[in-house]
Design a protein around this ligand. Structure first.
Ligand SMILES: [Zn+2]
Length: 352
């Protein structure tokens, strides 16, 4: 397959440049790609007055960068992200991303942190299948999982997410994009735009890929207020999104008590393989979830103690961090997250 790529720069800053891949320009042959290249590129740029483009080029799939995808079960592929906070990485590519290939269609689980990452994901998908990518499922609204969504939308995927995701993402979109631009060089963010889901899940939904079906479940507030899990029923592989962190310190951005309740509800019942939002896959829910459960329980205990002791937030946060110190060596990016979690826990539990 040949892909259409285009050099683009910010119209307001000609030294801020990168490369975009426009999936609408895909063709089986270089000639087919070239025939439509100018038209596809012009149409795409017309909707983005903030960008200028150079002459489009057609490149073979094998000549483009691609994410590393590992097959973890039959037809289930995962890109494992770098399990550190975005600030500690060169490109923000920290989230695990899934690709599930059915008889008739492909579903993608989470889109990565940027247009650039989603382009590399798409190139990787096209190395393993030519089937239509019909679905993008977003596990929650955090930037490392959603900001690449537009590329999959251009591929033709319908985007499905938790019913609370649009409001949560809308409120944070500008901040997420500013952070991306502030953290990384232009090739890692140029062309990135936030897109909203096409379909929302209130409770459960099934997606059919031909010979396999995916069960989507929307959960009450836990890691965030837009958490959604995906179970591939054929292989019993459960994608938890960030309801499960391994290696990377879990971030409380929804409800600590809700999250503990979720962990306590045997949510991976029947799953033979668990793919967390960050960190390695596991065949054992007990092994995979125990460290996170212990950390979140300790956070709740230390926070309740600080509140009972009458500490104001400013004194409670260091006290909670101090109480959790013995656990810090088990987790990546711990110092960046502990104060944030203590603050969130205090604000939630002071009303108990
Ligand atoms: Zn998250």
């Amino acid at each position: 397959m040949f892909h259409l790529v285009l050099g683009v720069c910010l119209a307001m800053a000609a030294d801020q440049c990168g490369q975009v891949l426009l999936p609408q320009g895909d063709s089986a042959t270089a000639q087919g790609c070239r025939t439509q290249a100018a038209q596809v590129a012009d149409a795409w740029l017309a909707a983005r007055p903030e960008l200028t483009g150079s002459a489009p080029e057609c490149r073979a799939n094998a000549d483009l960068p691609a994410l590393d995808l590992q097959q973890v079960a039959r037809g289930v592929h995962v890109h494992f992200g770098d399990s550190h906070q975005m600030e500690e990485t060169p490109d923000g590519r920290i989230a695990n991303l899934g690709v599930i290939i059915g008889r008739d269609a492909v579903a993608v689980i989470d889109a990565g942190v940027s247009r650039a990452q989603a382009q590399d994901l798409y190139v990787a998908i096209r190395r393993i299948t030519d089937l239509p990518v019909q679905h993008l499922i977003l596990t929650h609204m955090h930037p490392d999982h959603v900001l690449g969504a537009q590329v999959l939308s251009e591929v033709g995927a319908r985007i499905t997410a938790h019913h609370a995701l649009p409001q949560a993402l809308q409120a944070r979109a500008a901040g997420y994009l500013d952070a991306l631009v502030g953290l990384y060089p232009a090739p890692d963010w140029i062309g990135t735009q936030v897109v909203m889901p096409d379909d929302l899940v209130d409770d459960r939904r099934q997606i059919d890929l031909g010979d396999r079906s995916l069960l989507l479940r929307a959960w009450p507030a836990a890691h965030t207020d837009s958490d959604l899990t995906v179970l591939d029923r054929r292989t019993n592989t459960l994608f938890t999104g960030d309801l499960l962190f391994r290696d990377l310190t879990p971030v409380v951005d929804g409800s600590l008590l809700g999250w503990l309740e979720w962990l306590d509800s045997d949510p991976a019942r029947g799953a033979g393989l668990i793919v967390p939002g960050h960190g390695p896959a596991s065949e054992s829910w007990a092994d995979a979830s125990a460290p996170q459960t212990a950390l979140l329980k300790a956070l709740a205990t230390a926070t309740r103690r600080a509140i009972q002791d009458g500490l104001p937030l400013s004194q409670a946060v260091p006290a909670i961090a101090n109480a959790l110190q013995p656990m810090q060596n088990s987790w990546n990016s711990y110092p960046e997250t502990v104060a944030r979690n203590a603050t969130a826990a205090y604000k939630e539990l002071e009303w108990e």
